[in-house]
Ligand binder design. Structure first.
Ligand code: GDP
Length: 301
């Protein structure tokens, strides 16, 4: 249901057109595939990904001898779901059964990083976990206060220094606090200014090294947050961050506000990074674990 509501905008541009296409054509032919290609590109699926999808669908049509467009419908949803998930457990958050789980959040300012941390803290707390937030974005004015607001909403502690402090020092203190308070999960915010990419990437590696040194095996996830409404820009950010930090998963925010939900397919297919969560609104409950089948169902429902 959440996916259905959150994907309203993408669905109206995508599902409507696909359904119309399936009705209008009497048989599956070259022209049919050309129109399908246009619809997918229009939903921001990305040209490379679209061409691969179309090739595979042509294959399916040929091998199963499908002539009636309606019969191709289930093949389309199957293919899309397949593209969103390369292995069964990839969308699950890597939570440690024993000991503390450390999750590092990276991403450009404004994409919804702080909001996502707040939402996830709320979910984990509801699952009975003790959660602590680390205010590692010491650069952006207001970032620390904003994280504290989310900490209050979720009912979890926030470890902070003052604005301008060394992020690595904040993360170090947060780890010590999380250890002594026996936290289950430590969620670390980081800065997202892209004006000086080199400095930012150096800062992120330093933060990561502190975590690695203090807790063997950590960070257990490095989640890159991208704003789905920015379409191909989100893809470029994923590439940039992916090159310099070992991103283990993606969070796609603001899917509720865009008709470009197809970007999820493009990112999953073109970069080898699993999608872990999607943001479907501004409220504390509006974060969904990513479920490829539900997602595709949401596109077509
Ligand atoms: P940060 O700079 O990356 O930490 O971004 P913020 O967490 O401050 O979010 C920036 C804006 O995006 C805020 O106004 C949020 O309410 C909004 N936002 C975040 N996630 C979502 C989402 O999933 N859907 C919608 N509609 N808005 C979101």
């Amino acid at each position: 249901e959440k996916f259905k509501d959150g994907l309203e905008k993408t669905r109206s541009s995508f599902s409507f057109k696909v359904n119309d296409l399936l009705k209008r054509y009497r048989k599956v032919d070259e022209e049919f595939f050309e129109e399908l290609e246009e619809i997918l590109i229009g939903a921001d699926v990305g040209v490379h990904t679209v061409l691969d999808i179309i090739d595979e669908l042509k294959d399916v049509a040929r091998t199963r001898n499908i002539k009636d467009p309606q019969e191709l419908r289930s093949a389309i949803t199957e293919k899309l779901a397949e593209m969103l998930q390369k292995d069964d457990s990839e969308n699950k958050l890597n939570l440690q059964a024993d000991g503390m789980t450390v999750i590092l959040f990276v991403g450009v300012n404004g994409v919804g990083k702080t909001t996502t941390i707040g939402k996830l803290a709320h979910q984990l707390k509801n699952d009975g976990k003790k959660v602590i937030l680390a205010a590692g974005d010491t650069f952006r004015a207001g970032a620390i206060d904003q994280l504290e607001v989310w900490g209050e909403r979720a009912g979890v502690d926030v470890i902070k220094h003052h604005e301008g402090a060394d992020p690595a020092a904040v993360i170090y203190d947060s780890i010590q606090a999380a250890k002594s308070r026996k936290a289950d999960v430590l969620l670390c915010d980081t800065a997202g200014r892209l004006q000086n990419k080199v400095n930012l990437m150096n800062e992120l590696s330093k933060v990561k090294r502190v975590i690695e040194r203090e807790i063997p095996g950590a960070p257990h996830e490095v989640l890159l947050v991208v704003d789905a409404t920015t379409g191909q820009n989100a893809m470029n950010q994923a590439k940039t961050f992916g090159q310099s930090t070992d991103v283990t998963g993606l969070v796609l925010t603001k899917l509720d506000g865009t008709a470009k939900g197809g970007i999820v397919l493009a990112i999953r297919h073109e970069l080898d990074i699993p999608v872990k969560f999607v943001g479907l609104g501004e409220k504390i409950d509006d974060l969904q674990e990513f479920d490829p089948e539900q997602f595709v169902y949401g596109l077509f429902a």
